[in-house]
Ligand binder design. Sequence first.
Ligand code: BTN
Length: 341
Amino acid sequence: MPPLASAGEGHWNDLNQDAIVLGLLIEFAEDFVSGQVLCDKLDVPRAELLKRIDSLRTRGYVIQASGGRGYRLSQIPDVLGEAQVAPLLANGELGRHIHAFAELESTNDEAHRLAEAGALHGEVVIAEEQTKGRGRKGRSWLAPKGLGLTMSVILRPVLPPQRAPELTIVAAVAVCEAVRELGAVHARIKWPNDLECGGHKLAGLLTELRAENDRIRHAILGIGLNVSVKPDDFPEELRDRATSLLIETGNKTPRPLVCASLLEHLEEWLNLHETEGFAAVAERWRELSSTLGLRVRIHAESSSFEGEAVDLDADGALLVKDDQGSVQRVVAADIEHLRQG
Ligand code: BTN
């Protein structure tokens, strides 16, 4: 299936100019901002400003114009294409190219394919609908069409493969910060890969690797986030276990904003991870965790046990004190929250 939108040659300059205009309009929020102020800030003549306003309007941004008062942004489109997301991004590496599709089996599969074909760190795959969305441990990820964000980010981290679990922790912190900023203020991280609000799942992460010897060729970070899903839109079996940004905040947040916010927080936390190491990320994870301090049941491959989740280990494993008082390292397992430890 062809991409819905993709960047052409020489397209980035225009997008960057659009991004600056949009940034200013967003900054002024409910207020009108005068054309003169916009021209001064951009250092462009009025004709160029009008081109940028037109360009944003063709991407679905609704911009009111008032003779005496200037311009005001009154609507952000709820369409997930590069044209809608790129103007909201700062000039980082994540989202440098967004491959947007109406339908894919799985954005993670497409991201692997693109990465094998040479796609760069930070390229992103988004789909309005997945027909075989994957969760952890071979489960499926179900998301009603057009109401969620199903996205995969291609990463090329300079890390040995055994440190890959750190990426899921980095991503969980970034996604948690982003959704809190978007109004889901009670969001917390359930180890290892869930974002939840009051025990209801808001988002899931799926990190997959292609590695050789001691090197990660690429990692794909898959993020599934329920954005504008109402309780009745969830399949029956998920209804009392899932939530969405809409349910948590009462507001419908345009998905390009959600996407840009996730990418910006992800970029920030990946940079911190690279420059300051995992300990800095783990510190924030501890503050955002809903798992630490709880009595938990661990379902591993061949056994299960109960205990208290006491800490995160230096490599992202969960440390659980069992009923005999020994601290067990849990690397890959399903975890059930029971009650306060
Ligand atoms: C989980 O909760 O087990 C992880 C869910 C991850 C779902 C996302 S949606 C985008 C990406 N593509 C997939 O097929 N899966 C991930």
